[in-house]
Ligand binder design. Structure first.
Ligand code: 9MR
Length: 463
């Protein structure tokens, strides 16, 4: 069907917004930030916070307060920071983070009370009852100070090793495995309102280590040990999100626990290519989606905000680019992956996060030889990671072409401007899928091909 009246808005803009295809205005609505979208879902979107940039960089503070509704101290609530020598507590860095959170209406997840790492030598050198007393004193003092300010605590961090056995740490050696239950008992009485977590890495998927956690936590719960939640840290490598993540979250939730992804980052060999950043977007989206999909999963935290400040390059030579903001605080594709998983509206869902090309158009015209007529076929490929659900293609003829007959879309032409909207049966284009539409046209002198195409207002590449 062909009409020659202007027919530029085949789908109302409301319909496009509903389909997640366009950004309607420049003024941010709540769901155009991670924080707004997470708030809508009743979920925590947290960031690990470092004191250096918190004190020194206004952009860091701005992004942290705008985009996140929760914070975790990256280092300043660890034992070595809070009680570097026995009985001497140093609160200033931890307080700075708690104060910031309170000023900005954010919840604080405490990290961490009992760990084998970043715990001073004076603790590691204690024996038996002395170590037990130090643990009790530390938990009581720290949780007591922040009671009402810190919503949840990683009470015991990483108590199981990579071999899926209880880690043979100084805690284990001196106190036996009961130290875990005892830490939780002490924590419950230190602040009865705080949620008490156990937390570890490489337990995101169903594997021997997460199985060991499942058994450990089930036993602790059976014994009446007050454990409220489990944190899957979520330090991942590009392309390595376990497919069992959601099922794993669900099985722990079914024990009655809260689950959080507490330390997400996804590292890439640097420099990261555009396609790797796209893949990272998908990986982030998958991880956050897994949490969103399970009722007991209460939130996700990224281990940092910006690639400018991340533990990854320090720890893994040649790797980095692991966080949702780049080194200059620009939103990366990963940001939009998280936003989309949280049901946010800020991104056209086109897979590249920059609001530009999500489509490729291949236009080819077959001249009928001699006669001033031609048949054009137009192939549209969705090059983004999201599904396109309803589309409008627009382009302009460079010459005096006129469409005379058309198919597979609702075509219209106004002057040299052409608009095609989907037919009822080809409105949905999945990622990497193509559809083909076409028309017959006539012209006078020459038949140059159009060179610029937009789909739902977004420019497409041409093949
Ligand atoms: O990001 C933290 C980094 O700045 C510290 O140097 C490091 C020391 O162990 O700890 C990092 O945070 C870790 C967290 O406390 C526990 N899970 C793994 C995190 C990354 O190593």
């Amino acid at each position: 069907m062909i009409t020659h009246t202007p027919h530029r808005v085949a789908l109302t803009s409301a319909a496009l917004v509903a389909a997640g295809l366009i950004v309607t205005s420049s003024s941010a609505t709540a769901q155009e930030t991670l924080r707004g979208a997470a708030d809508e879902q009743g979920l925590r979107i947290g960031a690990a916070v470092a004191n250096g940039p918190l004190s020194n960089e206004s952009q860091y503070r701005d992004v942290l307060s705008t985009e996140y509704n929760g914070v975790t101290a990256e280092n300043s609530m660890k034992w070595e920071s809070l009680q570097p020598s026995q009985g001497q507590f140093n609160w200033s860095d931890a307080d700075e983070i708690v104060d910031f959170a309170q000023s900005n209406g954010q919840s604080v997840h405490g990290h961490t009370l009992v760990w084998h790492s970043q715990t001073p030598n004076w603790v590691q050198n204690l024996q038996g009852q002395d170590l037990q007393d130090a643990m009790e004193n530390h938990i009581n003092t720290v949780m007591g100070r922040y009671a009402g300010d810190v919503e949840s605590w990683d009470v015991v961090n990483e108590p199981i090793g990579d071999d899926a056995n209880l880690r043979n740490s100084f805690w284990m050696q001196e106190l036996g495995e009961d130290y875990i239950a005892e830490a939780f008992q002490i924590a419950r009485s230190a602040d009865p309102n705080a949620k008490l977590y156990i937390n570890d890495y490489n337990i995101d998927g169903i594997n021997a280590k997460s199985d060991a956690y499942y058994d450990l936590v089930s036993d602790l719960l059976d014994q009446g040990v007050p454990i409220d939640g489990i944190g899957f840290q979520g330090h991942r490598v590009l392309g390595d999100v376990p497919s069992s993540l959601e099922d794993n979250i669900r099985r722990f939730a079914q024990l009655g626990l809260e689950v959080q992804l507490t330390e997400i980052d996804i590292r890439i060999d640097t420099p990261a290519s555009d396609s790797e950043l796209e893949q990272q977007r998908d990986n982030y989206e998958e991880m956050v989606n897994a949490c969103v999909s399970v009722n007991g999963c209460v939130g996700v935290t990224t281990w940092g905000i910006t690639d400018r400040h991340s533990w990854v390059p320090d720890q893994f030579d040649g790797q980095g680019a692991a966080l949702p903001f780049d080194e200059n605080y620009n939103k990366k594709p990963a940001y939009y992956g998280i936003l989309e998983a949280l049901g946010g509206e800020g991104d056209p869902g086109n897979g590249n996060g920059n609001g530009d090309t999500a489509c490729e158009v291949n236009y080819s015209a077959n001249d009928w030889g001699g006669a001033p007529g031609f048949t054009a076929s137009v192939d549209i490929t969705n090059t983004g990671s999201g599904t396109i659900d309803g589309w409008t293609l627009e382009f302009t003829f460079p010459g005096d072409q006129t469409i005379t007959d058309s198919w597979s879309a609702d075509w219209s032409q106004s002057g040299a401007d052409v608009t095609a909207t989907n037919a009822s049966w080809n409105g949905t284009i999945g990622p990497n899928q193509s559809i083909s539409i076409g028309f017959n046209g006539s012209y006078t002198d020459s038949n140059p091909a159009p060179t610029e195409f937009t789909l739902n207002g977004e420019p497409c590449t041409t093949g």
